[in-house]
Design a protein around this ligand. Sequence first.
Ligand SMILES: [Zn+2]
Length: 110
Amino acid sequence: MGIWDLHYLDSQVKKFQKLTLNPGFDDEQREKFRLQAIAAQHHLVEHMAGIEERVKKRERINSLTCPKCGQVGTLQRVMPEKDPGDDFDKEENPILVCGACRWSGLPELL
Ligand SMILES: [Zn+2]
């Protein structure tokens, strides 16, 4: 997911909107295009909300102070390695690692 998906979805919305107005198609077909345009637009909105959320998270992390070395903006979100056979979804629980002193811990501790 990224900026290219936004371009793709945006072009899909425009394509279907154009097809909706194309008199070469019958009403039923144009209605299908109209629904596809709406669906693509929903995807686009959701996608943009997701990107905004990730940017916010990144900004929050950039303003954190490392509890060990006291530097600001050195903490990074890291996904812990999964144990084989571990069905606990750790992807929802990233840890923070300091790029300067290698401190690591849970975001909730800060
Ligand atoms: Zn540190």
